[in-house]
Design a binder for this molecule. Structure first.
Ligand SMILES: Cc1cc2nc3c(=O)[nH]c(=O)nc-3n(C[C@H](O)[C@H](O)[C@H](O)COP(=O)(O)OP(=O)(O)OC[C@H]3O[C@@H](n4cnc5c(N)ncnc54)[C@H](O)[C@@H]3O)c2cc1C
Length: 353
């Protein structure tokens, strides 16, 4: 059996939350192990905030250019998605390679382990055969997963989540979008590149969690740009054949699209973390933490896993709020001064000084 290695802290999950915590603790001189199953930086820089905003910014430029005729001159706009896909691949994500982020962490003194970690009792973490005993604490920062609604047939068809949507080389001819804020922003992005988009939202208006006026205005804007908005329409079934998705709505109507994007929210996934080995409930909806982000003795949570405000920017922005998600900020010694601004996802392709 492999010998157990003693360290100060193990951070499980090196997305935006975990990466920030692990780097800060390493900078403070602690002996920190950061464990990541996929890419250091997590969802935000590779499949979420950053590539989606590259796409949206490019779409905004097209929309602005199309407003020129009749306002202040003439323009002819030919949308081309290829440079956008190239920017996402080469500049935003380093072709989905996290070496720069790994190096940045190890240069700060952290020890990086690629693998899937789980708790193995109080103060113990296992990663694919390696074993760590922690002196000070474990930070859980394993993020969230897309929440897939129980639409009959959905599990059997090759639908997209945000990951496939932001990794495409060219936009689809037509796109069905199920749900939420992420769906709406990608819907507009693709539509501005010529995709015929239909947004299906089960609730009566878009963005039901926001003010009613916001959802209504958004529907108006999208429709003005040629997006079909079906608010108050529940999907009751889906089929996929001949490179076409067919979504049945309650009432029997069918809408079709070459691709189907499911963006009906995200939720933390606590299973597989070994929470039961420290007396926590692995079936809970999110990791329950107190005002100091503590989930149990010697165990802290950060980021989406806590189920509170699933945004990258919801980190140091509210240091006094019980919902603030930066364990490192809260762990700062009182003499360290105020918590700095929200840590933006760190650049992939440029090493920090
Ligand atoms: C399309 C889209 C657009 C978005 N746009 C924005 C935006 O514009 N602004 C904004 O503020 N937020 C945005 N968000 C939300 C933002 O992406 C998340 O809030 C953020 O990524 C959460 O960071 P996190 O560190 O908690 O989790 P994640 O980024 O999910 O990272 C968790 C990491 O843990 C790893 N992991 C999981 N289990 C294990 C394990 N057992 N062992 C080791 N590693 C593990 C995963 O591989 C992952 O890398 C967007 C989300 C999406 C989907």
């Amino acid at each position: 059996m492999a010998r157990e290695q003693e360290v100060d802290v193990v951070v499980i999950g090196m997305g935006v939350g975990g990466e920030h915590v692990a780097e800060r603790l390493a900078e403070e001189g602690l002996d920190v192990v950061g464990v990541e199953a996929e890419l250091v930086g997590g969802e935000c820089p590779y499949w979420a905030c950053i590539p989606s905003k590259v796409m949206i910014r490019a779409g905004n430029l097209l929309a602005e250019a199309r407003r020129v005729p009749g306002m202040d001159g003439e323009t002819q706009v030919h949308a081309d998605f290829a440079p956008v896909a190239a920017r996402i691949r080469d500049e935003a994500t380093d072709n989905w390679d996290d070496q720069v982020a790994v190096d940045r962490f190890t240069r700060k003194g952290g020890h990086f382990v690629r693998g899937r970690a789980r708790l193995a009792g109080s103060g113990r973490v296992e990663v694919d055969g390696q074993s760590f005993a922690v002196r000070r604490g474990v930070v859980l920062a394993t993020g969230s997963r897309p929440q897939i609604p129980p639409v009959p047939g959905l599990a059997d068809v090759p639908y997209w989540t945000n990951r496939q949507a932001v990794s495409v080389k060219e936009p689809p001819a037509s796109l069905l979008v199920l749900g939420g804020a992420i769906g709406v922003e990608l819907a507009q992005g693709f539509s501005r590149f010529g995709t015929a988009v239909t947004v299906v939202e089960a609730i009566e208006r878009l963005l039901p969690a926001e003010e009613p006026e916001a959802g209504e205005l958004l529907a108006e804007v999208l429709q003005g740009e040629g997006v079909t908005v079906r608010a108050g329409a529940r999907a009751t079934g889906v089929r996929h054949a001949d490179d076409m998705f067919r979504l049945t709505l309650d009432g029997g109507e069918e809408v079709t699209g070459q691709r189907l994007l499911v963006a009906t929210g995200r939720r933390p996934d606590l299973s597989g973390l070994g929470l039961d080995t420290i007396g926590l409930d692995p079936t809970a909806r999110a990791l329950d933490v107190d005002g100091q982000m503590r989930a149990a003795h010697g165990v802290w949570g950060a980021g989406d896993l806590t189920g509170r405000r699933l945004f990258t920017h919801w980190r140091c922005t509210r240091p006094r709020s019980p919902y603030a998600t930066s364990w490192a900020c809260r762990a700062r010694p009182p003499t360290a001064g105020p918590c700095p601004g929200s840590p933006s996802p760190t650049p992939r392709s440029a090493p920090s000084a």
